[in-house]
Design a protein around this ligand. Sequence first.
Ligand SMILES: NC(=O)c1ccc[n+]([C@@H]2O[C@H](COP(=O)([O-])OP(=O)(O)OC[C@H]3O[C@@H](n4cnc5c(N)ncnc54)[C@H](OP(=O)(O)O)[C@@H]3O)[C@@H](O)[C@H]2O)c1
Length: 288
Amino acid sequence: MGYDYGRIWVVGAYGRVGSTIRDMLDIRKVELLETDVDDVDITDVEAVTAFAQRNRPNTIINCAGMTDMEACEKDMEQAYRVNALGARNLSAAARKVKALMIQLSTDDVFYDGKRTLRNEFDQPNPVTIYGKSKLAGENFVKELTPKHLIIRSSWVYGRGKNFVNYILEESRKSDIIQIPDQQYASPTSAKELARCVLRLIKSGQEGVFHAVCQGDCSRMELAQEILDMTGREQVKLVPRVTADSDMGVTIPEYTILDTLMLRMCRIEPLQDWRTALQEYIREKNNEK
Ligand SMILES: NC(=O)c1ccc[n+]([C@@H]2O[C@H](COP(=O)([O-])OP(=O)(O)OC[C@H]3O[C@@H](n4cnc5c(N)ncnc54)[C@H](OP(=O)(O)O)[C@@H]3O)[C@@H](O)[C@H]2O)c1
């Protein structure tokens, strides 16, 4: 088994994950098509179909999405339009041009309050609009494309707004930082996720895969690790209750993904979350 990268269409190419995947692709070996909302709006079925038929990618990686949970709660229709219909439009186009369809998805498709690991065979049960719309997107991909990869990740950090960057910035300005308590998952660098996406494409595997860095932690542990790695141990972290909190929605507390499919298919796992975090902080320091 093995797969020729060929012509890859990265959709949502200017977002956190999309830009990392795009940067990682060796343009000497692949033909890269990159679009974001201003180039091809994935909610516009005609635009999506026309782009696919004109360019005939053999892989479509959908990194586009409405990812702000609060915005999804406020505008449910737009969340479904982007996260569900957008995935449907791309899947239908992938089928027409016989491309492999890759859908990025999330740990937020799970929620049952239980402190158990979720593997790819567990039944999703989202509570947030974000989680529900992402699951609807996954279902369209399964229904409409014979050849697909659905890749779920969690707490992704890299460029732009994310928890790791928030702690890095806040610890420069404040002596005390409030951290939402009772949230557990596996922090995953966009770089490690991108590497795994490329390994999966190359492997020729299909189906649903969880792709998160190894190990897990609470937000508090993650924040403390960032402070320790950057020598800012003097900053005090204070737990903040997150119940139904800021967005009027219950945030899933415990969404730790088991990477059973990666193990069973003998795909190299992602690095341990601390090692990936160290790499990220080192690279950020080198940029200065
Ligand atoms: N970040 C995480 O912690 C995380 C965790 C698990 C899974 N994921 C999944 O990974 C994927 C990528 O996440 P990310 O963090 O890279 O998200 P992101 O930074 O928000 O990037 C999403 C990109 O999609 C674009 N977009 C929005 N609506 C669009 C439309 N109608 N047509 C075309 N493009 C559109 C956005 O443009 P604008 O910025 O202009 O809206 C943005 O450039 C998503 O599917 C997300 O659900 C993310």
